[in-house]
Design a binder for this molecule. Structure first.
Ligand code: ZN
Length: 268
């Protein structure tokens, strides 16, 4: 990667890392508040879930504050979940990684937003069994808009064609899981697939385009059966959230999709 605006690469990577950690901090707010529908993501300011004390800005610096406070609230010593700094650190690394591979491009923005939404969906589904509608709704809107403006994101040259790829992805992703849900409910006489999963695959279809919907389902099922069997044996969990596997499948396709499609799904 060459120097940008005459400033060395090291400067940009540090800046992007810090920015990524701040976005990660915002993702934590979404993860905490979106599943509880009455809470807004901007108001009130961050507070300690235990003593309800507002968190001062200097105690709210991504990753750094957690280390300085040794993982405890300054007022009531409540133990802060390590998932907060982990999400910040993970997202900062993802942000740097996409920046070093794509630079300041539409692809960088597209992939970064996609990963942010998948990260939120994965964690909320694990913790609360809810994939917030905000994830799928904003995701579909963003992916369709970006595809129309930058058709290259869908490997197309025409704007309308790229928008059609994304729209078909929404319909195919949502439709596929909707049919599976209806058939599953009839077969097992209980809810087999949540509405959140249906909307999540619709969103994934919008980002990756319709060609990647079936491969995403394929990898999600593969990962879901492998990890699901392991979880069942070790933790005796009854139901298993499917959202995280859809998200993992989507990440596989986002990173190696073109190669995998040529190799294993040449008919798509
Ligand atoms: Zn507290």
């Amino acid at each position: 990667m060459a120097d940008i605006l005459g400033l060395p690469q090291f400067f940009w990577i540090t800046l992007i890392f810090a920015l990524g950690a701040c976005i990660g901090s915002f993702l934590n707010v979404c993860i905490f508040r979106w599943p509880q529908e009455e809470l807004s993501i901007v108001r009130p300011r961050s507070f300690c879930p235990s003593c309800k004390e507002m968190i001062a800005w200097y105690d709210n610096i991504p990753v750094v504050s957690f280390i300085l406070l040794r993982g405890r609230c300054r007022r009531c010593a409540w133990r802060i979940s390590p998932h907060y700094p982990l999400v910040e650190l993970l997202y900062a690394l993802i942000f740097v990684w996409f920046f070093t591979t794509h630079g300041f491009t539409a692809r960088f923005a597209f992939n970064s937003v996609f990963m942010a939404l998948l990260l939120i969906a994965t964690i909320t589904d694990f913790q609360t069994r809810i994939i917030p509608d905000e994830v799928s709704f904003y995701g579909i809107l963003f992916a369709m808009l970006m595809s129309f403006i930058f058709p290259g994101l869908q490997n197309e040259t025409g704007h309308k064609l790229a928008l059609a790829d994304a729209t078909l992805g929404v319909l195919l992703g949502g439709g596929l899981l909707y049919i599976i849900a209806v058939v599953g409910d009839a077969m097992f006489k209980r809810e087999s697939m949540g509405g959140g999963d249906i909307k999540l695959l619709a969103m994934i279809g919008a980002f990756l385009g319709y060609r990647f919907v079936f491969p995403t389902m394929f990898f999600a099922s593969l990962l879901g059966s492998a990890i699901g069997i392991f979880l069942k044996l070790t933790r005796k969990e009854e139901t298993i959230a499917f959202g995280p596997y859809l998200a993992m499948g989507a990440v596989v396709l986002l990173l190696w999709g073109d190669w995998l499609l040529q190799r294993f799904f040449p008919f798509l």
